[in-house]
Design a protein around this ligand. Structure first.
Ligand code: SAM
Ligand code: SF4
Length: 331
């Protein structure tokens, strides 16, 4: 292996991988219709979950290979017991600059402060509607729980909080302006997301797909949007609402893919490394971990896995190709 650790994680297409998304569980207490089918129970067995010790080890090895940012996700990460405990072990790893978490916030109220104290630096919170009935019809959950979680996170010191809103044609497409006003009022960043066809919810996601180019044009009629703020490694293309601090990100995997700047890989709860959200290329790390592989061997395996990273997803060309649900890969 080369002496420059970051050189190891350059994929065959010349992209530097410095970001790991880590799924703590494929389970969820909600059932967003575009993510997880109603009545779905085919979850990974507990004995196949990476333990906290295994997770800490894999993250340490990734950070030694040049990964600087880790996001805890799922499924719903907060349904797993002891997430703050795990976060406190990960946030102190040398070389890791940023530990963040994606959550539906419905269980966040009681955990926000301990997550903040454990060194989680940023939170992304899913919120598709501000209407309680609509929220329930999309997610099966209670809007009030999410709002309480959100406010607890704000009070704990998380800033800026990012709201992830999946744009759903005919469902929440009358709410973009309301969401902008909500984010302005509370100093949140807003990110709008296009639905992606994944696994058994592909059809539902495709039926509700909305091109965010149209949404942006609509918002531009009401707000003065300044383009090009907040460039970063992530997929969102941001604009700022002139005269305010509000940033709105557009995540457009379908209408305008961003694969050329992809900087990430995903580790699912069973220790499988997924090289692309929209492709099947994967590499199982758990068997190696449980066979007692040493750190050098684990690094070599990760580098070997990276050689499998495809150039781009094919959600548009082959919409039925992804058989995994988003909640299985770690969205
Ligand atoms: N449960 C957490 C949450 O909802 O934030 C974290 C995991 S969730 C899979 C991560 C993100 O993926 C959420 O913002 C969710 O809205 C998004 N998502 C899930 N299925 C999707 C799909 N088919 N298309 C687009 N986004 C999706
Ligand atoms: Fe659960 Fe998040 Fe999927 Fe909704 S998007 S079902 S909250 S994992």
């Amino acid at each position: 292996m080369t002496s420059d650790p970051t050189a190891a994680l350059i994929d065959p297409h010349g992209r530097q991988i410095d970001y790991l998304r880590l799924s703590l569980t494929d389970k969820c207490n909600l059932r967003c219709f575009y993510c997880m089918p109603q009545g779905f129970h085919d979850f990974e067995k507990n004995e196949n979950w990476l333990s906290f010790d295994e997770i800490e080890r894999v993250v340490r090895v990734f950070s030694e290979l040049g990964v600087k940012r880790v996001r805890l996700t799922g499924g719903e990460p907060l349904v797993r017991k002891g997430v703050a405990r795990l976060a406190s072990r990960l946030s102190v790893l040398p070389g890791l600059d940023d530990l963040s978490l994606s959550t539906n916030a419905s269980l966040l109220k009681s955990q926000a402060q301990s997550l903040f104290d454990a060194g989680v630096s940023r939170l992304n919170i899913s919120l598709d509607s501000l209407d309680p009935e609509k929220f329930e019809s999309i997610t099966g959950g209670r809007l009030a729980d999410v709002i309480e979680g959100l406010m607890a996170a704000k009070a704990a010191g998380f800033a800026p909080l990012k709201i992830n809103m999946v744009a759903l044609k005919g469902i929440n497409d009358d709410e973009f302006e309301d969401m902008v006003e909500f984010c302005l009022e509370h100093d949140f960043t807003l990110r709008l997301i296009e639905t992606m066809p994944m696994g058994a919810t592909s059809e539902q996601a495709t039926d509700r797909y909305l091109d965010l180019g149209e949404v942006k044009a609509r918002l531009a009629q009401r707000y003065d949007l300044i383009p090009g703020v907040m460039p970063g490694g992530g997929p969102a293309r941001y604009v700022q609402v002139n005269g305010t601090d509000l940033r709105i990100g557009f995540i457009t995997p379908i209408s305008q893919h961003f694969c050329e700047t992809c900087n990430r890989v995903r580790l699912s709860v069973d220790g499988t490394l997924h090289l692309c959200l929209g492709q099947s290329h994967s590499y199982p790390l758990k068997p190696l971990l449980r066979k007692g592989i040493d750190d050098a061997g684990l690094k070599a395996a990760i580098v070997e896995a990276l050689a499998l990273k495809p150039l781009k997803h094919e959600f548009v060309e082959k919409p039925s190709q992804v058989v995994r649900l988003m909640s299985m890969t770690g969205g």
